[in-house]
Ligand binder design. Structure first.
Ligand code: C5P
Length: 228
């Protein structure tokens, strides 16, 4: 049987990453950060001089994408990401790569080209289950996922979290810049024609505004456990 699949979708800053990571650790499941994949495609394109809307060139780049995930440097941290031999864990999280990921993710050739990779990472031998975090996991990547969540939070709360995260990394972006960036990405992500950001019909919508992280993880874990 295939591993137990948990889909966690929602807009930027809704708390998906941390909640997914903690949930996966608690369940002993693999964790697949699909945003990191789109970010790495944006970085590979940028480095290769490929315009982020050049479909033929993006299509040619995907099969050669040498993307690898490695376990976090510290327990509970984010997975390390490698492009070839080069570690790109930090670089893919910079604001230009956030916008770049949003751009490449609107190209059908990119979305289609990454489906198989996302499914393989989730169902790799040895995975008891997998938590996938993204925008279209419950609608497109695994429409038959065993548990589906859609995390939401107010725009201000989401921008506040992103801003704090960026500040901790020494990024000088102001709160207003982060909020503006995020509004643009939300708008682009929900209005694009292919795989727009929206909850699956059978997703459990969880509002994380003002909720302590532990409470969010507890809610998700309980929903998963009744489905196992
Ligand atoms: O989740 P994260 O902020 O890392 O995602 C970066 C961008 O990648 C999102 O703004 C979105 O445009 C795109 N993305 C997507 N589908 C996914 C994951 C991310 O379109 N499953």
């Amino acid at each position: 049987p295939r591993p137990f699949i948990v889909a966690i979708d929602g807009p930027a800053g809704a708390g998906k990453s941390t909640a997914s990571r903690l949930l996966a650790a608690r369940l002993g499941f693999a964790m697949v950060d699909t945003g990191a994949i789109y970010r790495t495609v944006a970085l590979a394109a940028t480095r290769g001089g490929v315009a982020l809307d050049d479909d033929p060139a993006l299509g040619a780049l995907l099969p050669r994408l040498d993307l690898r995930f490695a376990p976090p440097a510290a327990a509970g941290g984010v997975a390390r990401v490698f492009l070839g031999d080069d570690e790109v864990t930090a670089e893919i999280r910079t604001p230009p790569m956030s916008l770049g990921a949003s751009k490449v993710s609107a190209r059908p050739v990119v979305r289609a080209g990454l489906l198989d990779l996302q499914r393989r990472l989730a169902t790799a031998p040895g995975n008891r289950g997998a938590v996938l975090e993204g925008r279209d996991i419950g609608t497109v990547v695994f429409p038959d996922a065993d548990a589906k969540f859609f995390l939401v939070a107010t725009a201000e709360e989401r921008a506040r979290r992103r801003h704090a995260e960026l500040q901790a990394k020494g990024d000088p972006s102001s709160f207003d810049e982060v909020l503006a960036d995020q509004r643009k990405r939300d708008k682009d992500d929900s209005e694009r024609e292919i795989a727009p950001l929206k909850p699956a019909d059978d997703a459990v919508v969880v509002d994380t505004s003002g909720a302590p992280l532990e409470a969010v993880v507890e809610t998700l874990a309980r929903e998963v456990e009744v489905r196992m």
